[in-house]
Design a protein around this ligand. Structure first.
Ligand code: ATP
Length: 312
């Protein structure tokens, strides 16, 4: 049980974009503690951007409630940086003017960090500060958009596929900058399709599919809740929560919840983050898992409330 204010807390959040399309986010409940680097993963069209836009206060939930740093998303906006997938910037401004604009917009907070913004924007110093935004490559635009977010020293950074068009060195530099920001208390939520990079850069996971939350929790807790089985015998599915079974050569592998002992000749191992995430992406109907640290206050209160009801 923690009394600390969560970076994000969602209770039954739902959102529909049109009547014909139906819900694009449905019944999302989770808690993201502050200071985490959270990977938001899911297939195309899963609802990741919609969730980020809800947290940024650019959309309002049709159902449920969402709080950001203990306030409504609109009230928390000054403490949040949002970098959209399309990295919108003013095309006629130069890079230097864009950073000046960022400094000006954040003057009242007294938190603007010009050296940090310049380090990210100019990277290896090959970029001329007087280059217009419209003349930048996709990766250079991304660097400038992220420079604005990091320069703001926001308490919560919402990044929609930030690494997509960065080269490997820039990715490494940006990951380092994000980890340093998290060490000083910033919470980062970043959507990504690059599962292999999650383990080294993130410590929290939200996996969505079909607008619903499938996995939520500290990465370590989510991975430890699963076991990878390898064997040749038939798996007794009545004794295990099976996420996925696959044939490998003459044998089989199965990713199961670590909630029951396998029967028969099975080698049980700890899966990698990638194995857990890929299995849930392949089987989006697998039972969801809300690990303890990701349980929202309403869910934490529920057992206590129930025991009080029973006592009455
Ligand atoms: N303005 C809109 N009007 C109608 N439908 C929308 C709108 N915005 C998003 N959607 C639908 O909502 C669903 C979720 O979209 P969203 O952009 O949140 O997915 P995503 O997980 O970010 O996808 P990707 O990985 O492809 O970026 C999609 O099916 C999309 O078509």
């Amino acid at each position: 049980m923690t009394d600390a204010v969560a970076a994000l807390e969602a209770a039954g959040v739902g959102m529909s974009c049109s009547r014909r399309r139906g819900a694009v986010v449905e019944d999302c409940s989770f808690r993201l503690p502050q200071g985490r680097i959270c990977a938001l993963v899911g297939p195309n069209g899963a609802g990741k951007t919609t969730l980020l836009r809800l947290a940024a206060g650019l959309l309002r939930p049709a159902r449920g409630t969402l709080s950001v740093l203990g306030r409504t998303p609109a009230a928390a906006r000054g403490r949040v940086a949002y970098v959209a997938q399309s990295k919108p910037l003013h095309p006629h401004l130069s890079v230097a003017d864009t950073l000046r604009f960022g400094a000006e917009l954040n003057r009242d907070t007294g938190r603007w960090d010009q050296p940090a913004a310049e380090r990210i924007a100019y990277g290896d110093e090959t970029l001329d500060p007087f280059t217009k935004i419209r003349a930048l490559s996709g990766g250079q635009r991304t660097r400038v958009a992220l420079a604005l977010a990091l320069g703001k020293r926001a308490e919560l950074m919402l990044l929609d596929e930030p690494m997509g068009d960065l080269d490997p060195l820039a990715r490494r530099q940006l990951t380092g900058a994000l980890m340093a920001a998290a060490e000083s208390g910033t919470t980062i939520v970043m959507s990504s399709h690059v599962i292999t990079e999650l383990e080294s850069s993130c410590d929290f996971l939200l996996l969505v599919a079909g607008g619903r939350l499938r996995l939520a929790g500290a990465l370590e807790e989510v991975v430890s809740a699963h076991t990878l089985l390898t064997g040749t015998s038939a798996l007794d599915t009545s004794r295990q929560t099976v996420i996925e079974q696959r044939s490998v050569g003459r044998g089989r592998t199965a990713l199961v919840r670590a909630d029951g002992a396998p029967v028969g000749e099975w080698l049980a191992e700890r899966p990698t983050v990638e194995e857990v995430v890929l299995a849930h992406l392949r089987n989006t109907q697998a039972p969801p898992l809300l690990a303890e640290e990701a349980a929202p206050e309403s869910a934490r209160r529920a057992p206590h409330a129930r025991s009080q009801e029973n006592a009455a």
